[in-house]
Write a protein that binds this ligand. Structure first.
Ligand code: GDL
Length: 453
């Protein structure tokens, strides 16, 4: 199979830090992916020990059994299964015995029925050992030769696909010369033309990926990249998750790349909208509106929130939840309004509150009710996925309501402090991390702000 015959990759990467998904979740994912016409699943959870930390060890029979089942299920669902390995933390590229170990792992997966692979060099130090420097001269060359050898010796004859994740995998890292000067140019020169390459956009978490930026990249890497999209990833801040739509990628970008794969929320249940809107973006012709796609996805998701009681989670509730946990750089409309209302109520005298007071009280009631309804959802994993964050949101809003009541009853923060028995020091919002956050914060422009004294 030549490169031109290869399918455009549309799918999901299980590539985040933290607890990997369960086998049951993965099997469910494959069903949903098939429904949505997504065709590729990449297995590379950072904390599968044998994916990264113990990359030299073969899988046990038991572990292999799980992978075989996944490979089979992918085949049954018309989905290409890719196995990813990340040896970069400890590999000595110039040591032949290391290469043998790497090949042994590829063979083990080939024997289990896997046909497509990824070799990942993300999130590793940008420098190599003295021995490797002497042999290769650059990290890019060491990695490319390793990937080429695997590809040529094991994969090319089977028509297998290999995707390479470079050490600088976004624009900023390339600018900072992570991995060495001209790393990507060297990859363009040395990496076998039939090997694909991952790219996350201008940033690790890219709010937007422009056509121009990818055109420039293509010149350098001498191929179309596969987008590894971290828009919905939340492993870097587990107080958040992202229920907003796939967005910030113009439709024309689809012509410039070899595929779009999303590495989404760690909480499996939180990924319905991400997947469905990605599928919508990939299918769209003419124009596409991410907010409308979001609303349609929420409506399709709603039946999964059936509860044991009669009072259902409504579409308005779900929109509130989605808007509150929208995207890394953006809140949804309901959340923006709620924030504006709270800001006015916290900072302005009661006479200036106007209609905001009523509107906010309604929203607070809705969040309190939603938190309760979620406890009654049949699908327990959904509740477990959202419980911590929704609990926190409700706590904050209830405190704000108490403060609002206190101000209305004549309380004046300039002359007397407001206290609540629910928020005694050392309990809610206590602990080392919160204290550190009070010492060091970040402004809207990303600049660090240190506490005064
Ligand atoms: C990364 C990691 C990814 C992680 C994501 C979000 C790539 C290529 N690698 O840098 O495993 O989930 O950020 O934290 O994106």
């Amino acid at each position: 199979m030549g490169k031109a015959d290869r399918s455009f990759l549309k799918g999901v990467i299980e590539g985040f830090y933290g607890r990997p998904w369960s086998q049951q979740q993965r099997l469910e994912l494959l069903g949903l992916m098939q429904e949505l016409e997504l065709n590729t699943y990449l297995y590379c959870p950072k904390d599968d020990l044998k994916h990264r930390a113990l990359w030299r060890e073969l899988y046990s029979d038991n572990e292999l059994c799980g992978l075989r089942a996944l490979i089979k299920s992918c085949r049954d669902h018309d989905i290409e299964f890719l196995y990813g390995i990340a040896p970069g933390l400890t590999i000595c590229y110039s040591d032949d015995s290391e290469m043998e170990l790497l090949q042994a792992r590829f063979r083990q997966l080939l024997d289990a029925g896997c046909r497509s692979f990824a070799i990942l060099f993300d999130d590793i130090p940008g420098k190599m050992s003295e021995a490797d420097s002497v042999t290769y001269g650059s990290l890019a060359k060491a990695q490319c030769e390793t990937a080429n050898a695997i590809y040529c010796e094991l994969l090319a004859k089977l028509g297998s696909r290999l995707i390479f994740c470079p050490t600088p995998y976004c624009g900023r890292m390339a600018e900072d010369q992570h991995g060495g000067a001209n790393y990507l140019n060297e990859v363009g020169r040395h990496l076998d033309v039939d090997i694909d390459l991952f790219w996350t956009g201008p940033e690790i978490i890219s709010p937007e990926i422009s056509v121009e930026s990818v055109r420039v990249l293509r010149e350098t890497i001498q191929r179309k990249p596969v987008i590894w999209d971290n828009l919905h990833a939340n492993d870097y801040d587990l107080t958040r998750f992202f229920l907003g739509p796939y967005t910030g990628r113009p439709l024309e970008l689809r012509e410039e790349v070899s595929g779009f794969m999303i590495n989404p929320n760690c909480e499996f249940e939180a990924n319905y909208v991400a997947l469905k809107t990605l599928a919508g973006y990939l299918r769209a012709s003419g124009s596409w509106n991410s907010r409308s796609a979001y609303k349609e996805s929420l409506a399709a998701w709603l039946p999964r929130f059936s509860t044991v009681a009669k009072d259902r989670v409504t579409l308005d509730d779900l929109t509130l939840l989605g808007d509150a946990y929208y995207l890394p750089h953006e809140s949804g409309q309901f959340a923006e309004q709620l924030y504006d209302d709270v800001r006015c109520i916290v900072t302005q005298p009661t006479d200036d509150w106007g209609e905001r007071q009523d509107r906010l009280r309604k929203r607070i009631r809705q969040v309190v009710e939603l938190a309760r309804k979620l406890t009654e959802v049949h699908r327990r994993e959904l509740f477990y996925a959202f419980n911590r964050q929704v609990w926190e949101l409700r706590e904050e809003l209830e405190m704000i309501e108490q403060y609002m009541d206190w101000k209305l009853a004549g309380g004046d923060p300039a002359t007397e402090p407001f206290r609540s028995g629910n928020y005694l020091p050392g309990t809610y919002r206590g602990g080392l991390v919160r204290r550190l956050q009070q010492l060091i914060s970040f402004g809207a422009d990303g600049a660090l702000v240190a506490a005064d004294e």
